[in-house]
Write a protein that binds this ligand. Structure first.
Ligand code: NAI
Length: 346
C-alpha cells in the first residue's frame, strides 16, 4: 500500500527528531519544510495528502482554496489551539485535526516557572552571579503564599496551573465562559478577576470575542502592581496598552510566552539583526517583563505525545470513519469545540 504523504511545515530540529522517533513514522512519507505555510508556500504541498502545521502557519481562505485544488485532504495541526485556521471556511472543504492535549503539565509548569522567575528576580540574579556580582540590591520579591491568582480558562492547562498555585498556598479564583459544573472551582465574573487578583494567568483559547481582553480599560480595573502571565495566545493582550500599563506602574510585571505579532519573530534567531517590532523591543527592554518564545509546550513528554497523536490522527482519518480529534465549528461553540458525534464532521 502506498504511504500517506505529509507536507510538514515550519519544521524544526526537535520536531523532526520526535516524528522520526515515533513508532508510527515508518507508515508515512514525510517531507520537512522549514518555511511556514502561507499563500506563497502552499504550492510545496502539491502531490501530498496532508499538510502538517503549527501555531504560526496561516491557513486563511486563499490557502484553504489552494490546498483543496491540489487535492490535499487533511490539515493536521500539531498543537491544541486552532485560531490560525479559518475553521468555518474549511468546513465542507478540507478536514482539520489537532492534538487537543499533549501535556498540560508542560504549559502550566512553564507558567509557574515564569511567575517565580519574575517575582523572585531569578533572571536578574542569574546574570549578576555569573559576573560575580553578589549584591542583593533590587532583588526583593514577594511571597506567593496568601496571594490571589485569577485564572482565565479552566480547561486542561488552567486546572493544572490552579493545582500548582494551591500547592503554593495561593487563593485561586477563576473565570471561564463555560464554567465546569461541580468542579469545586470558585468561579467569579471577569470584573472580579480584574479587581481581586494579584496575579492573572490566561489559559483560554483566542477567539474573535476575547481578542485584546486585556486592554487599557480592563487594566484600569486591576490591582496596582498586578502580575500578568500569558502562555495562551498573544492577541489576548493588547501589547501596546500593556507597554503603557507597565510604564504607568499599573502592571507590576508581565510574563509572556506568547505575543500577538509573534509569527514573524518567534522560533527564529534574530540575535544578529535589528528587530523591527518596537513594541516587542520595548517589552523586552523592561526589567519586569520576561519573554519566552512560545516555549511552554517544549518538553520531551509533550513532543513525543504531539508526534504520536498527530500521526495517529492522520492514520485514523484515512483508515476509519471516525476522527475523534477533528475540529469543526459546528461540533459545538467554536471556542469550546467538543466532539460529540462519532463520524467525521462532514
Ligand atoms: P482547553 O480547551 O482544555 O481549555 C480552554 C478553556 O477555556 C475551556 O475551559 C473553555 O471553556 C475556556 N474558554 C473558552 N473560551 C473562553 C473565553 N472566551 N473566556 C474564558 N474562557 C474560555 O484548552 P487547554 O489545553 O487548557 O489550552 C488552553 C490554551 O493554551 C489553548 O487554547 C492554547 O491557546 C494555549 N496553549 C499554549 C501553549 C504554549 O506552548 N504556550 C501550548 C498549548 C496550548
Amino acid at each position: 500500500m502506498e504511504k500517506i504523504k505529509i507536507a510538514f511545515y515550519d519544521a524544526k530540529e526537535y520536531d523532526k527528531n520526535s516524528f522520526i522517533s515515533s513508532n508510527l513514522n515508518e507508515e508515512f512519507e514525510i517531507a520537512y519544510f522549514e518555511t511556514r505555510l502561507t499563500k506563497d508556500t502552499c504550492k510545496l504541498a502539491e502531490g501530498y495528502d496532508v499538510v502538517c502545521i503549527f501555531v504560526n502557519d496561516d491557513v486563511n481562505h486563499e490557502v484553504i482554496d489552494a490546498l483543496c485544488k491540489m487535492g490535499v485532504k487533511l490539515i493536521a495541526l500539531r498543537c491544541a489551539g486552532y485560531n490560525n485556521v479559518d475553521i468555518e471556511y474549511a468546513y465542507g472543504k478540507i478536514h482539520v485535526v489537532r492534538v487537543p492535549a499533549y501535556s498540560p503539565y508542560a504549559v502550566a509548569e512553564h507558567a509557574m516557572a515564569l511567575l517565580l522567575t519574575s517575582i523572585r528576580r531569578i533572571h536578574k540574579a542569574y546574570i549578576r552571579t555569573k559576573d560575580f556580582n553578589f549584591s542583593l540590591n533590587g532583588l526583593t520579591g514577594f511571597d506567593l503564599h496568601g496571594k490571589t491568582v485569577g485564572v482565565i480558562g479552566t480547561g486542561k492547562i488552567g486546572r493544572v496551573f490552579m493545582d500548582i498555585c494551591k500547592g503554593f498556598g495561593m487563593n485561586v479564583i477563576a473565570y471561564d465562559k463555560f464554567p465546569a459544573a461541580d468542579s469545586g472551582i470558585e468561579y467569579v465574573s471577569l470584573d472580579e478577576i480584574w479587581e481581586r487578583s494579584d496575579i492573572i494567568s490566561l489559559h483560554c483559547p483566542l477567539t474573535d470575542e476575547n481578542r485584546h481582553m486585556i486592554n487599557a480599560e480592563t487594566m484600569k480595573k486591576m490591582k496596582k502592581g498586578v502580575v500578568i502571565i500569558n502562555t495562551s495566545r498573544g492577541a489576548l493582550i493588547d501589547s501596546e496598552a500593556l507597554v503603557e500599563g507597565i510604564k504607568a506602574r499599573q502592571i507590576g510585571a508581565a510574563c509572556l510566552d506568547v505575543y500577538e505579532e509573534e509569527s514573524n519573530v518567534f522560533f527564529h534567531d534574530y540575535s544578529n539583526h535589528i528587530v523591527n517590532d518596537d513594541t516587542l523591543a520595548r517589552l523586552i527592554s523592561m526589567p519586569n517583563v520576561i519573554v519566552t518564545s512560545h516555549q511552554a509546550f517544549l518538553t520531551n513528554e509533550a513532543l513525543t505525545n504531539i508526534a504520536d497523536t498527530t500521526l495517529d490522527n492522520i492514520r485514523e482519518f484515512f483508515e476509519k470513519d471516525t476522527c475523534p480529534n477533528e475540529v469543526c465549528y459546528k461540533c459545538a461553540n467554536i471556542a469550546n469545540c467538543k466532539q460529540t458525534h462519532e463520524k467525521k464532521c462532514f
